[in-house]
Design a protein around this ligand. Structure first.
Ligand code: SAH
Ligand code: SF4
Length: 371
């Protein structure tokens, strides 16, 4: 006896399978239960359209088949362990994974649409100097089901909280998506082809991992690319983003040009503005020189201070000046207002701070997951 023969085999995480594979897996269970083939359609609809989190709720499916599927498959890669609601409508969640690790996602309402920002890794190995997730370090990769689960569960919550579904998805939470390429690419396919979110509504944000950018360019669907740039030249970028040593800015732009050549799509650049570090007018002009002839959009993000650095966010006047250098030169750009700051939900603050003050202020207690 090894002591664990009686343990049930690990259930297959159905949310982590590409739609065709999930369908075959369900069809196998349907056939084994001696049920007609249309049962497979019913289960797929429960999973992708009605966002079911368990087989129990699939009440038009016979109970023995539900029980069989429950033994073989799981629809719950994570459970909600915390919810914080900001006074500006932003809702941050922590998701507890099967091994006890936690990741965050943030729902951000803007006029006309709801955006979900989700995590692709527990922590991040790339150590950008201004980023709280970088400080946190790398714990592990998320698997496909754990990434898709954030989308599925946040979408259920969005439909109740805002009475509308998620309309935009950005991979800008914890982690570097292109350092977890296989799971992230599978999740893109599942959220797009399974859950039906348009590829143009999904943005993968990267600090500049060239092989991943080239792989994204090869995908048939027009998923959008955002590149976190933060500096217009090698020296300055290297002082902020260590991966610049491995993938220097010139090579990075060759990869971006390749992506654009294939997709013909606008690339978004994220540029975090830090007082006296990368926010000078000359630096803005250098950025114009770099981006000038390309099809781009620049998001300027006033830096959210983190405890380990004694930098300051650029003052509003410097942010406006930086913006006008870009826009005067015809480079489309906007200032991205930080959201959910009272619950530590803003960009780069995703480091498992529970944001208790904000949650308490808006009267939201951690609550268990609904089915
Ligand atoms: N690893 C990916 C995606 C996650 S980070 C990437 O780097 O693109 C999401 C965005 O938040 C990036 O643009 C990142 O540069 C930005 N960011 C990180 N820390 C920040 C901070 N403290 N203040 C403002 N933006 C920050
Ligand atoms: Fe990782 Fe992105 Fe943070 Fe850099 S900015 S440490 S790549 S999460």
């Amino acid at each position: 006896m090894t002591g664990n023969e009686s343990e049930p085999a690990r259930r297959v995480q159905l949310l982590g399978l590409r739609p065709g594979m999930a369908r075959s897996a369900v069809a196998g269970a349907v056939a084994a239960a001696g049920e007609p083939a249309y049962r497979t359609d019913q289960v797929m609809e429960w999973m992708y359209v009605r966002r079911a989190r368990s087989f129990d709720v699939m009440t038009n499916v016979p109970l023995p088949l539900r029980e069989r599927m429950d033994e073989e498959f799981s629809l719950r890669p994570a459970d909600r362990s915390f919810e914080g609601r900001s006074t500006d409508g932003t809702i941050k969640h922590l998701w507890r994974l099967a091994d006890g690790e936690e990741v965050e996602s943030v729902l951000i309402p803007t006029p006309g649409r709801i955006t979900l920002c989700l995590s692709s890794q527990v922590g991040c190995a790339l150590g950008c100097r201004f980023c709280a997730t970088g400080d946190f370090g790398f714990r592990r990769q998320l698997d496909t089901g754990e990434i898709v689960g954030q989308f599925r569960d946040a979408d259920r919550i969005a439909r109740t909280a805002y009475e509308r579904p998620i309309g935009n998805l950005v991979y800008m939470g914890m982690g570097e998506p292109l350092a977890n390429q296989d799971a992230v690419f599978d999740s893109l396919e599942i959220i797009h082809a399974g859950f039906g979110l348009g590829a143009r509504r999904i943005t993968v944000s990267t600090v500049g991992l060239i092989p991943g950018i080239l792989a994204l360019a090869e995908l048939p669907q027009p998923f959008k690319l955002a590149v976190s740039l933060h500096a217009p030249n090698h020296e300055l970028r290297l002082s902020l983003v260590p991966i610049e040593r491995r993938y220097p800015i010139d090579d990075l732009f060759a990869a971006i040009d390749e992506y654009q050549g294939r997709k013909g799509r606008r690339v978004t650049f994220e540029y975090t503005l830090i007082d006296g570090v990368n926010d000078a007018e000359d630096t803005a002009r250098e950025l114009v020189g770099l981006l000038g002839r390309r099809l781009v959009f620049v998001n300027l993000i006033p830096w959210n201070p983190i405890p380990s650095r004694d930098w300051k966010a650029s003052p509003a006047s410097a942010v406006r000046r930086f913006l006008s250098v870009l826009t005067d030169a015809g480079v489309p750009a906007a200032i991205r207002t930080p959201r959910g700051q009272d619950i530590a939900a803003a960009c780069g603050q995703l480091r498992l701070e529970r944001g208790l003050s904000g949650a308490a202020a808006s009267g939201v207690a951690p609550n268990p997951d609904p089915e």
